[in-house]
Design a protein around this ligand. Structure first.
Ligand SMILES: [Zn+2]
Length: 179
């Protein structure tokens, strides 16, 4: 067995030898492509030998030569992100061969639109409720003014408002106010 073929991942390290050091092994990409993993392999930092599925997925959609070309065109600081997005896009494309990532984006945009509609409806209902509450207060005030020989002061109106707000805040929201 060649040294380069030895894969020693964390899962394959026996518990009785926890301090065993990692033996140099080809990256997942080179192993799958059956090529020698050189010291400065452009794929090695992003496709560790213990996660072959990551490379297989990206390879199926983009092809190894394209992945290598993409990475070589990018500064090293951006390569990890590029690999993440390629793997994400490849997974989406395999799940949904027609729309890929765009399918997920469309779905989320639809959801955003629906939620915005719901929010607009809820806001309109709040405005409506406030109007009804104001009208109700005016009615109560007018009835009190008519039934009482002494016209109610500002203080008594405040009391009504406080009673509604503090003691029974949900009453107005649960009962039909205007019939
Ligand atoms: Zn490699």
């Amino acid at each position: 067995m060649k040294c380069s073929d030895t894969i020693l991942t964390s899962s394959s390290i026996s518990p009785s030898h926890p301090r065993q050091t990692l033996v140099m092994s080809p990256c997942a990409a080179c192993k799958i492509l059956r090529r020698r993993c050189v010291e400065k392999c452009v794929l090695a930092p992003y496709f560790p030998p213990n996660d072959p599925v990551k490379f297989t997925t990206a390879h199926r959609v983009f092809g190894a030569s394209n992945i290598i070309k993409f990475l070589q065109e990018l500064p090293e600081s951006q390569r990890a992100d590029a690999v993440s997005t390629m793997v994400y896009e490849a997974n989406a494309r395999l799940r949904d061969p027609v729309y890929g990532c765009a399918g997920a984006i469309c779905q989320l945009q639809k959801q955003v639109n629906e939620l915005q509609e719901q929010l607009a409806k809820a806001k309109a209902e709040i405005v409506n409720m406030h109007c009804q509450q104001t009208n109700l207060m005016a009615l109560i005030w007018m009835e009190m003014a008519q039934s009482s020989p002494i016209s109610p002061s500002e203080q008594s109106l405040d009391n009504i408002m406080n009673f509604q707000d503090e003691n029974n805040p949900e009453y107005l929201w649960e009962q039909p106010l205007w019939t």
